[in-house]
Structures are given as C-alpha cells and as structure tokens.
Design a protein around this ligand. Structure first.
Ligand code: ARG
Length: 477
C-alpha cells in the first residue's frame, strides 16, 4: 500500500523505492505521528468530516497502534514507505473503512513538519537536563577547589566531596591562566572550572529560546495551500501542546529554520565541549600534569603499556567537527529550495537525530569523567612563575603615581634584568629595582600569586570573593 497509487499504471522501480523510503529514519517519530493523528481525528470530527462512530473507531484504532509502538510490538512491512504510511496501513488493518477518512484535509507535508516539531519538543528537555548535569559537575569541581566549599543542600546531587578532594582546607587552588597558550596571570582553579559553566549556560538558554520557534503548529496547512473546511487550528494546537499556529501555509510546510537552529545550538555546545575537552587533554599530559583522569574514564594503548589516554575527551573534541558538519549539511540542503515542500526536506531528520544522540552520549560521560578527575595543585602552583606577576609590578608603580604606560615599560625592564641575570624576579636585589624605577622594599609582596588573584576583585574577576559570589549567583538561579 502506498498513499498515492491512483494515477500510476506501473509500480515504482525497486531502487527508486529504496531511495524514496524514509522509514528507517522517520520511524523514530512513531509516537508523535500517532499522537498527531489522534488530535487530527478530533479536529476533523469537530469540523464535521468524521461521524461520531468513525471518530470513535479511528481513535480506538490509533490507541492500539500507539500501544503497539510503545510496547515494541508494532510490525513494519516492507511496503511501509514512511512512518505516516505505516501508521495508516496498520490502522486500516485494525478498523473498518473509516481509516481511509483520517487523512482528509491533511498532507504528509504538514504532517511530517508537525511530527518533527513534536519530536523536537520532547528532545529539548532531555538535552536540557543532560547539560544541567554537566554544569553541576563543573560547579562541584569549582567548590572543591575553594578553601571552604559549601556542602550541597541535602538530597541534591552526589554529596561533596567527590573521592577526597584537595584544596578543601587552607588556601584555594591556584593555577596559571593562559592567553595564546602562554602563561599570563595566576587564577583560581575554581574560576577556570566556572568559565565552562557559563558557556554551557548560554547553550541551555539558546535551547530554551528555540522552543518558541519550534512550538508552532503546521497542521492545517495541507500540502501547501491550507485545509478546505472549517478547522479549529487553535484548538488543535492546544491539544498537541503547541503555543501557536503557523500563519502562512506555504511557509509552514517548508520552514525548517527550527531544525537548522537546533543544529546550530548543538554545534555551538559541541564547540564549547570541545574547548573544555582540549584543555583537559592538555592538562592531563605529562608536560602540564595538572589533572589525572580516573581509570574508569581513560583508555590504554595496545602497544605501549604505560599509556593512559584521554579518549573520552578526544572523542568529544572530534565529535564537535561531526556536529558542525551536520549543521552545514542541512543549511546546504535548504539553500536554493523553491517555495513549499520539496523532497530534499526529507534530509532534515537524520542530522537532527544524530546531533541529539551524539550530545546525549557525550554529556553524561563528560560529567562523570570530570567528577572523578584528580587535581594536582602542586603541579599547578609550580607552573606559576614570578613573571606572571609582572602586571602586578606595573600596578604597584601605578599605585605610587607612575602613569600605567611608563609603569608597564619599567616592569618590562625588571623582567629583562631578571632574564639577563638568570634569576627569578623576586631574587633581584632591591638596588637593581631602584636602578630601574621608584621601587621600595615592599615590592617583593607583588610576587605572591594569591595576592595578585585577590586583587582582581571586580564582578567576574578571579579573586576568591568574586568567585564565591559567582557560585552564589549560579546557585541562586
Ligand atoms: N518522508 C517525507 C519527509 O520526511 C514525508 C513528506 C512526504 N511528502 C510528500 N509529498 N511525499 O519529508
């Protein structure tokens, strides 16, 4: 059974059939297709297209189909071209001739767009909570890197600390902050963890913001021109959980902006995850040695017995490339399509499903791997050298009234003098300082990295106070 055989005298070529069929992909929208059809049956019953008996019989039949899908008992036939055909075919087996009335006034063009949007509306919250879980892991790690982390409220998440953390007494964990991947200024490790939290927060916001563009009902647009009877589209939208109805049928059957946007949100998030992953890969290398992955989240080499590889993070980094490809692919499909439905649009679902599956596979593993990472505070501390406080040296002169431009140059001269004397900056004698500028005996205090950190006390700065405020803000949201 096809939904369109009437005007043809020959059956579709087998290879053309295989190319045309979309069931392997769109069967994932089975429940949405049945739910959409149930709501459609209600709507056309109200519009006088179905009698009470026909409506009751179709609804009962569709309930059975729904049950068959949710219990895994639905049997597809080789002749099922797509999920819409499969559902209608099964309905016609289950009930009488009334099954043939269900498709009145609708087309697979408005139907597929409706199903796809319904599917996305249930996928978004799932992604949202997977993001939230990773965000929590980052906040837990940030708290673990502070001197007196506040314990998690009872009943929320896994209790702090994860596997006996360092840095939960005395001083906060400090590390080198980098620009251009060169040592720049000392920062709190907590500040670094949280930097990734905020990027993910934007991803979640984008996902939420997208809902208002997904939640628009295409049903009632027909193939392209609308439905030829009095259909209460607002009631139909409401019963399916849509916030709005589309306002132009030509646009409604071809609009896939929501799919492209969804893929952008996924790609942007993947880029954020890739950035985090790249840093973890670097920081677990012997050269940095800032982190050690737990055995549960590292893999070995078949050849080199000593190897402990950060595959989980490398795969995360790698999959970002794949996701960007999915976005680019759909954008290319959409570009240049003439108005309304074109079969090219059938290419829209596979990338959206793949992007969703990819993120849902990465996010929980990233969260678990980060929660079980071991931090090496001594390695981070050892990577902070006194040149990283050269800015503080300039600020020291500024506090004594020297204009910043000049202070910058004088501090630079101190860096050079230390380099030439092959000593650390704090080892240069006071006379050497005084030969350069208006330095006094208190100059040596600028080389305390924690001092340097705590001076950056602006909102969003790395000082202990600012970072504690940051966490409060996060928890208050
Ligand atoms: N399988 C199609 C898709 O995914 C459903 C819509 C088909 N419409 C049509 N006129 N053949 O886009």
């Amino acid at each position: 059974m096809t939904l369109w055989g009437g005007r043809f005298s020959q059956k579709l070529d087998d290879l053309a059939w295989a190319l045309n069929a979309s069931l392997p992909v769109d069967q994932r929208m089975a429940l949405q297709d049945v739910e959409g059809s149930l709501a459609w049956a209600d709507a056309i019953h109200k519009a006088g297209i179905l009698s009470d008996e026909e409506h009751a019989s179709i609804s009962l039949g569709l309930d059975t189909v729904h049950k068959e899908f949710s219990t895994g008992q639905f049997i597809f036939l080789p002749s099922d071209e797509d999920i819409h055909t499969a559902v209608e075919r099964r309905l016609s087996e289950l009930i009488d001739a009334a099954a043939g009335k269900l498709h009145t006034g609708r087309s697979r063009n408005d139907q597929v767009a409706t199903d796809f949007r319904l599917w996305m509306l249930q996928a978004i919250p799932e992604l949202h909570s997977a993001f939230n879980n990773l965000q929590s892991a980052l906040v837990e790690q940030a708290e673990a890197a502070l001197p007196h982390p506040s314990p998690l409220p009872q009943g929320e998440g896994t209790p702090f600390p994860f596997g006996g953390r360092v840095g939960d007494e005395g001083e906060p964990i400090i590390m080198p902050g980098y620009t251009h991947l060169q040592r720049a200024q000392p920062i709190l490790l907590a500040h670094w963890w949280l930097s990734h939290y905020w990027a993910l927060k934007r991803d979640v916001e984008r996902l939420q913001d997208l809902i208002k563009r997904v939640s628009v009902l295409p049903f009632g647009s027909g193939a392209l021109a609308g439905a030829p009877f009095a259909l209460d589209r607002d009631a139909l939208a409401k019963s399916l959980g849509f916030d709005e109805v589309s306002q132009n049928s030509l646009d409604a059957v071809s609009d896939r902006d929501f799919a492209a946007e969804y893929l952008f949100v996924c790609s942007m998030a993947a880029v954020h995850l890739s950035k985090l992953a790249e840093q973890v890969v670097l920081y677990t290398s012997a050269e940095f040695g800032f982190f050690e992955l737990s055995d549960a989240f590292s893999t070995g080499s078949s050849l080199m017995p000593q190897k402990k590889n950060p595959d989980v993070f490398e795969l995360t980094r790698g999959k970002a490339g794949t996701l960007i490809g999915l976005l680019t692919g759909l954008m290319s499909t959409l570009k240049g399509l003439p108005s309304t439905y074109d079969k090219d649009l059938q290419e829209d679902k596979a990338p959206v499903f793949q992007a969703t599956d990819t993120l849902l596979s990465i996010l929980p593993v990233m969260a678990a791997a980060l929660r079980t990472i071991t931090v090496k505070p001594e390695r981070m501390r050892a990577a902070i050298d006194s040149t990283m406080m050269a800015t503080d040296l300039a600020d020291y002169l500024v506090a004594k009234g020297v204009p910043f431009r000049e202070a910058h140059s004088l501090a630079g001269k101190v860096v050079r003098a230390a380099e030439e004397g092959k000593v650390r900056m704090e080892e240069l004698p006071l006379e050497a300082y005084q030969a350069i500028g208006p330095f006094e005996a208190d100059v040596y205090q600028v080389f305390d990295p924690l001092e340097s950190i705590n001076k950056r006390n602006t909102v969003g700065g790395t000082s202990l106070q600012s970072v504690k405020n940051q966490i409060q803000k996060i928890k208050g949201e």
